[in-house]
Write a protein that binds this ligand. Structure first.
Ligand SMILES: [Zn+2]
Length: 156
């Protein structure tokens, strides 16, 4: 009986992970499409300026479009990292190769991987920014407390 219920749990965990990954991938593709649209707008604006030679303030317009692209690209990077985390993977700090989360060395470039000190910073940052999912506040607080304990012990 234990085996069957464990199996059920595993299956629903996997399904949840796949659903999450699919959602992130859709978001990446969606943003890529949006970036293409912004590129098109930029191209159009530059061309219009060329054709009409009007004194439109192209610089302001382009700055807006460029920051839109920056924003969309950032979201894509974040989604990519989320997918890596879901698959227990991370990026090499040197060559950005996809490697196992627990790897000590990068199999591609040989760079020694540091134990992610960013986890704590990330968690703290998220809590400070109020980016904690509703109902997870308690859990987040506990994680942060744990991390604080760990860091304290490291320092001694
Ligand atoms: Zn590497």
């Amino acid at each position: 009986m234990g085996f069957l219920s464990d199996l059920g749990k595993k299956t629903s965990e996997t399904t949840g992970k796949i659903a999450k990954e699919t959602k992130l991938k859709l978001k990446i593709n969606d943003n890529k499409g949006k970036i293409e649209d912004v590129y098109e707008e930029i191209g159009k604006k530059v061309y219009e300026k060329h054709v009409r030679e009007e004194n439109i303030d192209i610089k302001t317009d382009l700055a807006e479009q460029c920051s839109k692209i920056d924003e969309l690209s950032k979201e894509i990077e974040d989604a990519k990292l989320e997918i890596l985390k879901l698959n227990q993977k991370k990026l090499c700090s040197k060559c950005s190769a996809e490697i196992e989360k627990g790897a000590t060395f990068c199999p591609k470039c040989g760079e020694k991987q540091t134990e992610e000190p960013t986890v704590k910073e990330e968690a703290l940052e998220k809590l400070e920014n109020g980016e904690v999912a509703p109902g997870k506040e308690q859990e987040a607080q506990e994680v942060i407390e744990d991390l604080k304990e760990e860091t304290k012990n490291d320092g001694e």
